[in-house]
Design a binder for this molecule. Sequence first.
Ligand SMILES: Cc1cc2nc3c(=O)[nH]c(=O)nc-3n(C[C@H](O)[C@H](O)[C@H](O)COP(=O)(O)OP(=O)(O)OC[C@H]3O[C@@H](n4cnc5c(N)ncnc54)[C@H](O)[C@@H]3O)c2cc1C
Length: 455
Amino acid sequence: MAPTHAVVLGGGLAGMLAASVLVRHVDEVTVVERDKLPDGPTPRSGVPQARHAHLLMSGGARAIESLLPGTLDALFAAGAHRIGVPNDLVSLSAQGWVPRFPEMQFIVSCSRGLLDWVVRSQALRDNKISVLTGTEPVSLLGDRDAVSGVLVEDRISHERMSLEADLVVDTTGRGSRLPAWLVDLGLPAVHSESVDSGLAYATRIFQAPPTAASGFPIVNVQANPRDPQPGCTATLLPIEDGKWLVTLSGTRGGEPSTDESEFVGFARSVRNPVVGELIASAEPLSPVYGSHSTANRRMFFERLKSWPAGLVALGDSVATYNPVYGHGMSIAAQSAQALDAGLAAGHSAQQIQRGIGKVVDGAWAMATNQDILYPGAVGKPLPLAGRVLQRYVDRLVRTATTEAAVTRAFLDAFTLSAPMANLVSPKVVWATMRGPRSASPEPTLTEDERDRVTG
Ligand SMILES: Cc1cc2nc3c(=O)[nH]c(=O)nc-3n(C[C@H](O)[C@H](O)[C@H](O)COP(=O)(O)OP(=O)(O)OC[C@H]3O[C@@H](n4cnc5c(N)ncnc54)[C@H](O)[C@@H]3O)c2cc1C
């Protein structure tokens, strides 16, 4: 029998995780990547968002670890921080300061460049995976019933070749051309939806004060979509090498500028000035980088009545989310787990794609139900049931500012560690109905933490 072969389009985070799944099921895997992949944690043009804050939630971290055992230790050895949540989190949620209860979940905090490099190094230790860099897919081979490979082109020589494959997995991210390729195969246009709050990001890296270079919390001031003004946020992440990565964001009408002289002022102007105060005297190490790639956009591949055998998509090529929720990478990792489970169970490509749709559902609802509330947001208005549910979630998040059981339920869902359905378990509904006691009106930064920066 001929060896079985799978092709992964795109060698980003989702691509490397998909490749690490596929080697469990086929003899050879080829990853087709447009960029040259750096041998280090350096930014590259194919992942421009890597300049900005990237929180890896515990639900995603566990998924990566299950696919590539040893990755979390490798990340921590390379300087990533393990931030206990909510004990190492100073966070003003839409409804108030989150108390620093003992650890319930965790976040991996490092630069996106480091995360990608470590995951890639772990995946490529398997010599059944090879990478064709500087190469792009041109079209799918096969027909509307079954994909049999992909036609690729070298970006410099423009030489083309056909890669025959038993399975093609598209992970080319938000610019994926899969919807057009499906139409070329004779399939109908894929239904898509988007909710765009018009959010812009601005990010700068700072040298953390030596006394705060390690053991410092994530500090995060979120927006409240119910406020009548644009939603503005400021987030300080401790990353590797004793640095702080600070990301500011604002929805339509409240976008942060990339002018360096306005950075600290914007950080002070959000709902609480704590991030601005912490960075006021810190040494900047980078220019200010901007991004507008923040819309929630979903391709409902799983809704196509017919789907070709031998084709799956996952990661940002299926759905992107407003990045302030920090869910894209975790959903990519959990989708790779769904791919693994589907292949192990002998499911068809269509069944696997439907499974990936289910993985996307929770994060999609969480992001879009909030974002549509911001002034000037573009997208389908929430139906009545959605508006009622959203009122319940507002009260739940408010209750989470004092009631540990509700904080846990909320953080389990927010870190994608438990199904959203747990938010409506009888215990959580009852506590939410009772509501919060009086929450802290002040940032939950300790005296010691503040002194380590200002003192
Ligand atoms: C500003 C910003 C901040 C974010 N913050 C967070 C966060 O805090 N937490 C979180 O979990 N997520 C965050 N996200 C989302 C996260 O970046 C994505 O969900 C994640 O990168 C998805 O991985 P991916 O591999 O699907 O796509 P990508 O990371 O975009 O990778 C796509 C890969 O495909 C390659 N490629 C593209 N086109 C082609 C082609 N035609 N041929 C060959 N190769 C191609 C690219 O070079 C790249 O290697 C953020 C996103 C943005 C925009």
